[in-house]
Design a protein around this ligand. Structure first.
Ligand code: NAG
Ligand code: NAG
Ligand code: NAG
Length: 500
């Protein structure tokens, strides 16, 4: 996350310009207690295209509220669920390339479903604050559409799932609010921040807008008024992959490579790499079922990065994306996970706890380490990390991730690298700690393991020296029980299943 990314952000902000709050411009009709407006289809500007699995990238048939014959013309399937995709602000005035990808992924997972794309491109290509204000009118259009389906053909509201990206997430929220909360699920994909961070719940996506609201936050860098994605939680489950600020693979070097290979026509996509990652994470959850990512509730991303939050007890962990467990805690909580930089995004999370013994009082900061994990299925060697502080007779906890499923962990090796600059203390000082054991907690299996020195009572961790080797020692009973319980839970038996 260098300076290079800042200029990407600057370009983005240049596009967005600064935006005024519009929460005072609420139209009187919008929240009035009459319901007549919802039956007036004459002023609907948004279009509702039922796309197909065969041609996911083109609008061939529109379902028009007030024209029941379009339901059968488009071959809308009344017996299955419906996904409604709502795009966000657009520079080009055209559908972005993720739209057909999401359509295809939804059909791949639910072949009989109806996947509808809302086209509000005309209103979405205005100056950003104007498009942001239009979310109210578009939300109204979507509310009318949904209400019409529910009344005209008695389509059950339990089958409606809205997916909104960026400004589209707030459109979905307004639609949910205006239909009297008769929408089963809303998924917010990095809901837009500018104009919304400080707006009231009626103008933004909020937990009250549907039976269940799940949100992915992937681009929330900078001060709240500058953040592309909204920073505060707005759903029942709010997941912040990689801290939610910025996503791996979206660095300047990678984006330059992308420009070199795909040219400038995807410039808007490149600028929005982290923002759009929310969509690709959701697509991943649809098409890579066997690589289901887990997120963990945590008080802060700092605590998460120390490995302190890998518990699944009392619904503290959840599945990211389509298969999310519908946990509706009273107050929304933030959940975190790490991901890879490409699909499938899943990584395995481990907490390592180490106590550093020494006879001497030693303190080091920012120390580079290499850790290798060996398991029943495979291994991952030389995972680099920096330990912020090493001090005699203290315990530290840190997070380690690997994209390899190593199976059950059997052995851990740890090496203390020399830091890059020449340090006198390496010549004559004592840079050695004794370690008796490592405590490891695996997030994905909930296993708790203890590793001890391979030989003797201690292993020695020496700066620039050999690696310390730890092997599995014993496993406490409670851990086994927790593991089994977790396995059952993740299989769905203890959770309410998604209503389909
Ligand atoms: C709306 O509600 C107010 C008070 O709650 C009531 O006085 C008014 O008659 C209502 N209007 C309509 C059109 O129902
Ligand atoms: C650290 O703890 C060990 C064992 O408890 C003790 O022998 C040693 O003196 C302690 N080191 C310091 C610097 O206090
Ligand atoms: C998950 O549940 C299915 C049936 O509900 C069962 O057949 C399967 O063995 C379970 N898997 C695990 C890992 O418990």
């Amino acid at each position: 996350m260098g300076k290079e990314n800042i200029w990407l952000l600057v370009i983005w902000i240049y596009f967005i310009k600064t935006c005024a709050s519009f929460s005072t411009t609420t139209e009187p009709t919008l929240f009035s207690n009459t319901t007549d407006w919802i039956l007036d289809y004459t002023d609907i500007e948004s279009k509702f295209s039922l796309r197909t699995a065969e041609i996911p990238d083109d609008d061939l048939c529109y379902i028009v509220p007030g024209q029941p014959e379009t339901i059968s013309q488009c071959e809308f399937n009344l017996q299955t669920q419906t996904f409604v995709i709502i795009h966000g602000w657009t520079v080009t005035g055209m559908f972005e390339s993720w739209v057909p990808k999401l359509v295809s992924a939804l059909y791949e997972r639910e072949p009989s479903a109806n996947v509808i794309v809302v086209d509000w491109l005309t209103r979405a290509q205005q100056h950003y604050p104007i498009s942001a204000a239009y979310t109210k009118l578009v939300g109204r259009d979507v509310a009318k559409f949904v209400h019409w389906l529910e009344t005209e053909v008695q389509y059950p509201w339990e089958r409606i799932h809205l997916l909104g990206y960026s400004l589209g997430a707030h459109v979905a929220g307004i639609a949910g609010l205006l239909t009297d909360h008769k929408i089963n699920r809303i998924t917010g994909l990095d809901p837009a921040g500018p104009s919304f961070e400080y707006a009231d719940e009626q103008s933004t996506l909020s937990p009250d807008d549907a039976n269940f609201v799940d949100v992915l936050h992937t681009n929330t860098r900078g001060s709240p008024d500058r953040s592309i994605g909204i920073q505060r939680p707005v759903g029942h489950v709010d997941i912040y992959p990689n801290g939610g600020t910025f996503q791996p693979g979206c660095e300047f070097q990678s984006t330059m490579k992308m420009i070199a290979t795909t040219g400038l026509q995807n410039m808007d996509q490149i600028l929005k790499c982290s923002h759009e990652r929310s969509i690709h994470l959701f697509i991943d959850s649809l098409v890579n079922e066997q690589h289901q990512s887990l997120a963990y509730r945590c008080s802060s991303k700092e605590a998460f990065n120390k490995g302190l939050c890998l518990s699944c007890r009392k619904n503290r962990c959840n599945k990211l994306g389509y298969e999310v467990n519908r946990i509706r805690s009273r107050r929304s909580s933030k959940m975190y996970l790490k991901t890879r930089e490409m699909m499938p995004y899943k990584v395995f999370h481990y907490q390592l706890k180490v106590h550093f013994f020494s006879k001497d009082k030693l303190t080091f900061t920012e120390q580079p380490m290499k850790v290798s994990l060996y398991g029943t299925n495979g291994e991952k060697e030389d995972i680099s990390l920096t330990l912020p502080q090493l001090t005699t007779n203290t315990t530290i906890s840190f997070l380690l991730t690997t994209d390899v499923d190593i199976g059950e962990l059997l052995m851990v090796k740890m090496r203390w690298e020399k830091d890059s600059y020449f340090s006198l203390s390496d010549w004559w000082g004592n840079n050695k700690f004794n370690i008796r054991k490592l405590r490891v907690k695996a997030g994905e299996t909930q296993a708790k393991l203890i590793f001890s020195a391979k030989e003797g009572e201690f292993e020695y961790l020496v700066r620039g020296g050999n690696e310390a080797v730890f092997v599995k020692s014993k496993e406490d009973q409670s851990s086994r029980k927790e593991e089994r319980l977790h396995k059952r839970k993740m299989n769905g038996s203890l959770f309410k299943q998604n209503t389909k």
